[in-house]
Structures are given as structure tokens and as C-alpha cells.
Design a protein around this ligand. Sequence first.
Ligand code: ADP
Length: 483
Amino acid sequence: MISLKNRLALTLTLFICAAFAALFFSLNTASKKIFDNFVRGVIAEKNQEIARAIAEQYRPLQKQFDIEALESVGMIFMHDGFIVDVEDERGSGVWNARDMDMEHCAAILQKISERMNSRHGKKIEVQSASFPLLYAGMAVGNVNIASAGPLFYTEAQSEFITHLNITLAALFFISLVVCIVFALIHAEMLSRPIVRATLTARKIAANYAGGNSVNGADAPENADGCGLTPSLSLPFENYKTRELAALSFSINEMSRELQEAQARQKQLTGDVAHELRTPLASIQGTIEAFLDGVWDASPERLVSLLNEVKRLTQLVNDLQVLSSFESGAITLNKTEFDIAELLQSAAEQFTNTACEKGIEIKLFLFSWRAIADYGRTKQVVINLLSNAVKYTAKGSVSVLMEKITRSSGEVLSIKIADTGSGIPQKDLPHIFERFYRAEKSRNRGTGGAGVGLTIARAICDACGWEIRVESEEGRGSVFTLVM
Ligand code: ADP
């Protein structure tokens, strides 16, 4: 497959050559035409000049031409390529250059013909024209002027046009070479950022894949399998072409996103391991203590053991729900029910916990019948309510229903607002991600695994609902569900 640089260079070179050839051809033709017109004018003027010069050799007193004078002017014109034949007013021959030197005349015409034919590719034939001879306004005879036709160049004119052609050709050749060099440099400049972007994209892919080469490309020197390095970016600010700058910018963005995703993935693996290890270690320790006879299997210890097992079971269930959503294996079991009743029943599940913490759950409900999956809808509400109660130390949790009018009709918005710890701004874009927990150390104490909101969002996506959050650290959070 041809490279972009070669294709660009080839296309530009071909285009430049074609453009120069067309330009050279038209300029050459035009300059020849203009010069030929100029020469035609010069010849016409020369004929008039010859007629005037011949007429001046008329002697009115003798009523005849001065033959000697005629001979001297006629010979000058003959050397210029004009063969003169003078007649008096009665048509009788007075003086003819051919009579003087027939061979010389033929040789001159032959020389002109050869020059025009070989140098300028023009076929020449002898042609003659007749002009009246006027002396003081009186007709005194005629002159027939034979010359090479339809036009011929003098030696000087011939040299001029040859030099002009050579200069033009040289100029065109130099310009052509300069343009081709420029085209090659331009092709190189345009293709270099693309080649660089391709290499960088390969390096990013190879790094992301753990240092393996992509599409048979060699593994990059800094692909050490240790993850993406910040050096994998392109100097897009330096590119003057908008599309190239945009391409480089996109690759940098992709590189950055991948680095973040990779970091999150590592974090996620660590989190899963931690989530499983803590309850497992606790269960193992307790059972070993029972077996060694260090502890009695008292009802309280068995309850604590059971709670750890339940927590593990819950986590495994949550992960299973998530994976079902991600693989699209979930079917929604839709029925008609009242949302207010669902919210009321969900809130009741948290009344005890809220009472123990000294926080109030306020409900602002009205009847709204919806057709949806009751179980999944309740799961979303419970996850949001559970967080609101969990992350609120004092104050209240409110559940608020609102009607919103949209172009498509009326929709229902459910807000679950709390006056709790709130979520730091930097964490807000990530809290719906799997295992993501804001302020990890603090939240570890709450016992959450960071999957509740991910499940809520997965359900909303499946139902075509919107879920969003607004929060201010230290002042509380508001989760909005639009269905
Ligand atoms: P978790 O089980 O940790 O609560 P979630 O997915 O439900 O997991 O929530 C993700 C993170 O979002 C939580 O760890 C917490 O930091 C933050 N969060 C969620 N809801 C609230 C809330 N109402 N107030 C403060 N922080 C919240």
C-alpha cells in the first residue's frame, strides 16, 4: 500500500508538472504569435520603405531612374532578403536584382528558408508583392518585391526569439524544480504528524495491552508493560493544521482516558480483593478460634459471623446483578403500580436506622401510576435511600415527587435529598462507576462496596430513565431520578 507521504508527493508533482506544461505551451504559443505579428508589421513597413527609396532614385529632368543609384540601394535590400524588380510607368523593366546576380539572390532566399525551417520549423516559400512608385505625387513606375513568405526573421530577430525561448525554458525548469522540492517538503510536513500519531496510537495500544505489539508493529521502547506513561502524548499545540491538531488532541485525550481507566481498573481489582479479604479473614479467624477452643460459639459471635457472610453474599449478588446488566441478560417484568406507595414502603425499611441515628425521613408524595418493573424500581430507590441515610449523621432525608412538563409530555421526577456529608466535586463524575467510593478511608467505615449507585444507574439505563446527582461537600446531596 502506498504511503500518504508518497501519494501526496506523487499527486503534487504530477499536478505541478501538468500545470507547468500547460502554462509553458500556452505562453510559448502566445509569445510566438505576438512576435510573428510584430515581424509581419516590420516586413510591411520595410516594403513601404523600399518603394520610397526606389522612387527617390527617379530623375524627373531626364524622366528616368538613376540606374547606378538603383543598383546600390537594390543590393542593400537584397542583402536584407528583399529581391527588387523595378519597372517604369509603361511596365518596361528598369532594373532587376535577379539580372544583377541571380545566384546571389537564390542563395540569400535559400539561406533564409533554411534558417526558418531548421530553427523555427516554419516552411518558407518565395512570394512577391507589387507597390506603385510615386515621385512628388506622380506615378513613375512599379516595384515588385520578392521575399521569403509568409514571413521571415532576420538573423538578429531569429537570435532574439531563440534566446527568448531558451530563457523561458530555463525559467520554467528552475521553477518546476523549486515547486517539486516544495511539494516534497510539504508532503513530508503533512504526513509526519499523521505518522507520529499512528506510532503513538500503537504505543498506547501496546502499553495498554501490557507491552505487546499491536498489528505486528514492534513493541515501543517505552512499552515496559508497567502501564501507560505520560510521555505518550503529541505536541498538538505545534501543529498549524486544524485537522492535524484535532487528531493529535484526540490521541492525547485517548491516552489520558486510558491511563485513568487503567488506574481505575487497578484500583477496582484492589477494591474487590479488599472487599472479599476483610470478611473472609474475619470469618476464618472466628472459625479457627472456635476450633482451637479459644472462643465459645456464643450466639453473639455466631450472629457476627452470619453478618459477615451476609455482607459477602450481598456483594456477590450485587456483582452478579451488575454483570447481568452488562451482558444484557436482564429482562424487565413490567406491571402497573403507584410510585408513591413504592416510595412509602421503601422509606419504611429505613425508619429504624434513621431513628437510631436521630435523623428524620420526610416524604412529599402524590399518587402517580407507572408501568415499570416494581422490583428493579424499588432497588434503585432503596440504594439511593440507603446511601442518604448512611452518609447523613444529623438532619434529615427527604423524598420528593415532582411533575415535570416536557415536549414529549409529563414526566415524574423523584428527588432523594439529604443533609449529610456530601460528595467532593472531584468525585462527582465517578460515583456511578463500579467500586468507586469517595473519600475511601471514611467510607470503608460505612461498609459500602461502591456498587449501589452503579446498579441504580444500570437499572435506569435499562428502563430509559435519567439519574443524576448534585452535591456540596459538608452540605448534603440530591439524587434525581426522572422516569
Ligand atoms: P457504597 O456502597 O460505597 O455506598 P455506592 O455506589 O452506593 O457505594 O456509592 C458510591 C460512593 O458515592 C459512596 O462510597 C459515597 O462515597 C458516595 N455517595 C453516594 N451517595 C451518597 C450520599 N447520599 N452522600 C454522600 N456520599 C454519597
